[in-house]
Design a binder for this molecule. Structure first.
Ligand code: SF4
Length: 342
C-alpha cells in the first residue's frame, strides 16, 4: 500500500482562492437594493471538496458534536484521543500483516489521488482471484457530494459471498450500546453503497476530476509513475490512471458486497467481544445520507441530539459550550414558566 509523502493533504482546498468560496450576490445597487452576501455552506466554510464516510457516521451520533470536533478539537477528552490513536495503531498492525507500506513522494494533489487509485487498482486482481484485501479505498458520490472511505477488510466467505468486515476496537471490555452500534451500521452501509456503485461503473473519470477539481492532464510525479510501472501500469498523466481505474472496475466483474459484518474487540486484551451482521436497506441509507448532506450543503442548520438521546450529552466533551444544549435548556425553562415564590 502506498502512502503520500509530503504533498498537500488531499482534502485541503488551500489552493482555492477564498474569494471563490465567498461568493457575493450583487443585487442592483442602482435600484437601491442592498448588497447581500450568500452564507457559506459548511463545505465551503471548512474548505472541503469531499467528505469521508466517517464524517457522516460521526454526524449520525450527534451532528453538533461532529461540528465541535472540527472547530474545537482541543476540547476533546484526552482519553478519547488515546482510544482513537490506539485504534489507528491496531488497524495499521493488521494492514501490515497482509502488505508493506511504502512512502511515496508526491508533488501535486493529483499525485496524492493517484496513490489512492493505485492502491485500489492493486487490490482488484486479489479480489478477482478470490483473495482477501485490507484497507481498500472507496470513492463515490451521494447527493452530489463526493465521499471517500477505507474498507477495513473484504473477503469471500465459505459460501462464496463477498463479505465486508469492519474492525472496531473498544476501550471497555463489553459490546457497545444500541446507539453506538447504529452509528457503526450506518458506516458499513455507506461503504457498501459506494463500493457497489464503483463496481457497477458509476465512478466515471470526470466524476472525480469535477468534484475534487483535479486536472486530468497533470503529469504524474516520477515516483508515482515508477510505482505504477511496478504494478503493471504505464501512465504519464493523472487522466491515464482515472481511465485505468474505470476500466478495471467495470471489466473486472467484481460482485457487489453480499454481507456486512462488524467485529468488536477489546483494545487492551485484544479479545473479540462479538460480531454484528448488518442488514443493508438501501432506501433508508440514502434517506439518512440525504439528511446529513443537507447540513453540509447549507440547506439546514446544525442539529444536536433529540431529547430522548440527551444522555449522550453527559459524556460529551463539548457539553459546557454546546449551543444546542443551552437552547434546549432555555426552551424547557420557558415552557415550565416562572417559579412560584414560597
Ligand atoms: Fe451533541 Fe449533547 Fe454534545 Fe451538544 S452536548 S454536542 S447536543 S452530545
Amino acid at each position: 500500500v502506498l502512502q503520500p509523502g509530503d504533498a498537500g493533504k488531499a482534502n485541503s482546498s488551500s489552493d482555492l482562492p477564498l474569494a471563490s468560496l465567498n461568493k457575493v450576490l450583487m443585487e442592483d445597487s442602482a435600484a437601491g437594493k442592498v448588497k447581500r452576501k450568500r452564507a457559506q455552506t459548511p463545505l465551503e466554510k471548512y474548505y472541503l471538496k469531499y467528505l469521508c464516510v466517517t464524517d457522516l457516521s460521526t454526524q449520525s451520533w450527534c451532528e453538533q458534536q461532529m461540528v465541535y470536533g472540527r472547530e474545537v478539537p482541543q476540547l476533546q477528552a484526552p482519553e478519547t484521543v488515546v482510544l482513537l490513536n490506539t485504534g489507528k495503531s491496531i488497524h495499521l498492525a493488521r494492514e501490515l500483516e497482509v502488505h508493506d507500506v511504502v512512502k511515496v513522494h508526491t508533488t501535486s494533489q493529483e499525485d496524492s489521488w493517484a496513490i489512492k487509485i493505485l492502491n485500489l487498482l492493486s487490490v482488484i486482481p486479489v479480489l478477482q482471484a478470490g483473495g482477501c484485501v485490507r484497507e481498500l479505498p472507496v470513492f463515490g458520490v451521494i447527493e452530489d457530494v463526493f465521499l471517500t472511505g477505507i474498507i477495513d477488510e473484504l473477503c469471500y466467505s465459505a459460501k462464496g459471498e463477498l463479505e465486508l468486515r469492519e474492525l472496531k476496537t473498544r476501550g471497555r471490555p463489553f459490546m457497545p450500546s444500541r446507539a453506538q452500534k447504529k452509528k457503526d451500521y450506518f458506516q458499513v452501509c455507506l461503504y457498501k453503497y459506494i463500493f457497489d456503485a464503483m463496481v457497477q461503473g458509476q465512478l466515471k473519470p470526470d466524476v472525480i476530476t469535477s468534484h475534487i477539481q483535479l486536472r486530468p492532464e497533470q503529469p504524474l510525479g516520477s515516483q508515482i509513475r515508477e510505482h505504477a510501472q511496478k504494478v503493471g501500469f504505464t501512465v504519464t498523466c493523472f487522466g491515464d490512471l482515472l481511465e485505468l481505474m474505470y476500466l478495471n472496475l467495470t471489466l473486472s466483474d467484481l460482485p457487489s458486497i453480499d454481507c456486512l459484518k462488524i467485529e468488536y474487540s477489546h483494545q487492551e486484551s485484544n479479545t473479540l467481544l462479538g460480531t454484528e451482521v448488518v442488514r443493508f436497506e438501501e432506501e433508508k441509507v440514502r434517506e439518512k445520507a440525504q439528511n446529513y448532506l443537507a447540513y453540509w450543503k447549507g440547506q439546514r442548520e446544525v442539529q444536536g441530539v433529540e431529547i430522548e438521546e440527551a444522555w449522550k450529552c453527559q459524556s460529551c466533551s463539548y457539553s459546557e459550550i454546546c449551543d444546542w444544549r443551552k437552547k434546549r435548556a432555555e426552551g424547557s425553562e420557558q415552557r415550565s414558566g416562572p417559579k412560584k415564590s414560597k
